[in-house]
Design a protein around this ligand. Sequence first.
Ligand code: FES
Length: 166
Amino acid sequence: MTADEIRGHIDPIRHEYGDGKSLILPALKFAQTEKGHLTREDLEAVAEATGYSPAYVESVASFYDRIYLRPTGERVVSVCVTLSCMLRGADELFEHLCDHEGVSHHGGTSEDGAITIQEAQCLGYCDRAPCVQVDAEETQGPLSPADGAALLDQLRSSPRPERLWR
Ligand code: FES
């Protein structure tokens, strides 16, 4: 993504941020909507658009687990593994989804590049445990392992979103 495209996104919201540094995060999130992750060129474009150094921008990017510095699947499925979800079967759900996508029980990306499965900490949906979040969409739960597998099948057969908000 280019610095001009990123400026086009952050300029209209600049007034909402008291400090220019605070714009780095929305700029990074927007920049990764194109490919679902950020390349070196994207980080440099964010640096140019925000006026901070590429090293500083990368330090921000590397802090957040929803900013991806390596390629992910087209859709990222985050499975909450914090206490409430764990007590209601999150481990079983997570492992079932990993098996469904043929990735290790630490998570990963399916061979066809369609789906990334990853662990997440509390998604604020404890009363609907166990739950998952797809990209930055609404959290869903409670999900049985079969429900989760059906969700993955549905995602795989759905058109790729125009922008990959994570
Ligand atoms: S513990 Fe899973 S949503 Fe809170």
